[in-house]
Design a protein around this ligand. Structure first.
Ligand code: A2P
Length: 278
């Protein structure tokens, strides 16, 4: 067999392969990466796709199966590439390996976007709250760069609670970029971007605002800090993405304010999605 006849085994073994273009490590627990975008992939801001790597060969059959997890698309729908924001779990089946990807490597990306953190799942309102913990910021990184977010609401508030200051960096930088980026200012409109409020908090390291967002809501501190009325089902809409305990707690709080959970087929006042943990 001549070299030129050799089958590109690696490529053929990976269905739905996309190429990694950029990797950024934010902390020892967090990284983000960009991959090529399948030409046919359309998605709504806030949706997720299944991505992953080929699993280790089965010891008996030698067969490899894809190892996939749900990842929110962090890039806006108008972006040429796709961006993802991920935790690194040292013994996590996927992220223990995914954290080592480098530009030029291939990952699997099933081009079937789905999810509930979409504008279609909410009724019209005046103010939208995005509540995130940890890597739950990812879907909002997409939604915050979507012109519709600002067209639909008079006020856009993103809260992000992390353990440590370094874990806020991806979000902080993105907000800074949104405010400074000329193209985004043109696309979204400077007067629209002025609607964006950012409320970062930490729980285990000193920062200007400490505490879990849920506690800050209960005490009323977040509303006082932002100078807004407490959440009201007439005016306020919310999207939630974080760890399971957080999601459950904030659901209860939102229901307490009188908001009801919506879905694509039945839009209401708030929606929730679990941030992926390997
Ligand atoms: P805490 O440090 O008090 O546990 P994680 O990295 O474990 O996913 O957590 C991300 C952030 O979410 C942390 O700041 C954590 O605070 C916070 N968090 C965890 N559980 C809850 C909850 N039930 N309600 C609000 N925040 C929570």
């Amino acid at each position: 067999v001549k070299d030129s006849d050799a089958t590109p085994v690696r490529k053929m073994a990976i269905p739905d392969a996309q190429t990694v273009t950029e990797v950024t490590h934010w902390t020892d627990r967090l990284f983000s990466f960009r991959v090529t975008r399948p030409a046919s992939l359309r998605f709504r801001s806030g949706e997720f796709v299944m991505i992953g790597l080929m699993g280790e060969p089965d010891p008996k059959t030698g067969k490899q199966k894809p190892l996939l997890r749900a990842y929110s698309i962090a890039s806006p729908s108008w972006d040429e590439e796709l961006e993802f924001y991920s935790i690194k779990v040292q013994d996590g089946p996927l992220t223990s390996r995914l954290q080592h990807i480098q530009p030029g490597d291939e990952i699997i990306l099933r081009p079937k976007p789905v999810g509930t953190l979409v504008h279609d799942a909410l009724l019209p309102g005046k103010r939208i709250w995005f509540f995130a913990t940890g890597t739950g910021f990812a879907p909002f990184a997409s939604l915050l760069r979507d012109p519709q977010t600002y067209e639909d609401y008079d006020e856009v508030i993103i809260t992000h609670t992390c353990r440590e200051v370094g874990e806020l960096e991806y979000g902080r930088k993105l907000i800074e970029e949104i405010r400074a980026d000329e193209m985004l200012n043109e696309l979204i409109g400077a007067e629209n971007l002025a609607k964006l409020r950012y409320y970062p908090t930490t729980t285990r390291e000193e920062s200007p605002k400490m505490g879990r967002i849920t506690d800050l809501m209960r005490s009323g501190e977040v509303f006082a800090d932002l100078g807004v009325e407490p959440i009201n089902p007439e005016t306020d809409r919310a999207m939630v993405c974080g760890n399971l305990a957080f999601n459950l707690e904030i659901k209860e709080l939102l229901e307490g304010y009188g908001l009801e959970e919506g879905a694509n087929s039945d839009p209401k006042q708030y929606v929730v999605e679990k941030a992926f943990l390997d």
